[in-house]
Design a protein around this ligand. Structure first.
Ligand SMILES: Nc1ncnc2c1ncn2[C@@H]1O[C@H](COP(=O)(O)OP(=O)(O)OP(=O)(O)O)[C@@H](O)[C@H]1O
Ligand SMILES: [Mg+2]
Length: 292
């Protein structure tokens, strides 16, 4: 999630999910944005079958609505109708529980669920936060982009803690740097600020106390912008592009901390060898021991 628009949420959801699926883990993408960009990017037509809009209103047999877009990769499509959900559910007492209910139907069927949120902190995003274990924040390393992150973290905190907590399990996994330009001094300063900010929260009780800036950053790569127009993930559209390398490596970093030791496997059951990443900082938890 990130309430700022155009930061790389959809690109990250689609391609990180595809990389996790290629590594052999059953993965579900939920397109929770009325813009339906993840739906398009996965080559689906939101007008066909039951969309997430339908399931929010009637979750019966939700698992049957998922469509298989690649081996191990399932998706629940979005539809522009989803924009009306906010008002339609305004007086429903369980309005924050709708996505949780949908996901419950996939228990035992998938290993990971990635939810693509719209660029707002409205009811749809709150539904995702009520259902999730972790928040990934795609962003560009620019000064103004940092400004919104404080508000975003406060929103997570509201849902995760206090007597009225809706989802006490919820934590912030960290920031995914998108459209990254490592050559720029400004970018490097912003990343250093982010690293220092998260480091400063270790041992506290905020939901981002274990958050990291994920490495590697996702470099700017035009193939990532082109692939949605063909309804393909980067792995089907341009598997040799830097965008494919970056999302594959991001998935490895992501999986290492989320699977039992020795369980990380890439496509074809070849063990993934995690090499120390060029820009990895060993002082950041999650990167320490990144050479195996
Ligand atoms: N690493 C990248 N290199 C080049 N282009 C990228 C990269 N990541 C994303 N883009 C492009 O930038 C634009 C915004 O990305 P994306 O749609 O993923 O952002 P978003 O946060 O989901 O946007 P929204 O807030 O509208 O949902 C898209 O055109 C996308 O193809
Ligand atoms: Mg998007």
């Amino acid at each position: 999630m990130n309430q700022k628009g155009g930061v790389g949420k959809t690109t990250t959801t689609v391609n990180l999910a595809a990389a996790i699926a290629q590594a052999g883990h059953r993965t579900l993408v939920i397109d929770l944005d009325p813009q339906a960009h993840a739906t398009l990017g996965l080559g689906l037509d939101g007008a066909e079958g039951r969309s997430i809009y339908d399931l929010i209103h009637d979750p019966a047999d939700a698992a049957a609505a998922a469509r298989e877009v690649a081996p191990n990769l399932l998706a629940l499509s979005s539809h522009t109708d989803l924009a009306a959900t906010e008002t339609e559910l305004a007086s429903a007492e369980d309005r924050l529980e709708r996505i949780k209910r949908v996901i419950a139907a996939f228990a035992g069927r998938v290993d990971f669920v990635l939810i693509d949120c719209p660029p707002s902190l409205g009811l749809l995003t709150l539904n995702a936060l009520a259902a999730a274990d972790e928040v990934l924040i795609p962003m560009q390393a620019h000064f103004l982009a940092l400004q919104g992150v404080g508000k975003l973290l406060e929103t997570v905190k509201l849902l995760a803690s206090g007597t009225q907590a809706i989802n006490p399990r919820l934590t912030v996994a960290g920031v995914v740097l998108c459209m990254h330009d490592a050559a720029s001094t400004h970018t490097r300063e912003v990343v250093a600020d982010l690293d220092a900010f998260f480091e400063g929260t270790r041992g506290s009780d905020v939901p981002w106390r274990n958050a990291i800036v994920f490495r590697p950053a996702i470099r700017r790569n035009i193939k990532l912008a082109e692939s949605p127009s063909f309804g393909k993930t980067i792995f089907d559209y341009a598997p040799q592009a830097s965008g494919a390398d970056d999302y594959r490596a991001l998935a490895e970093t992501f999986l290492v901390d989320r699977l039992p030791a020795g369980a990380v496997r890439s496509r074809g059951d070849m063990p993934i060898v995690i090499t120390r990443l060029e820009n990895a900082d060993a002082s950041i938890p999650g990167n320490a021991g990144a050479s195996a």
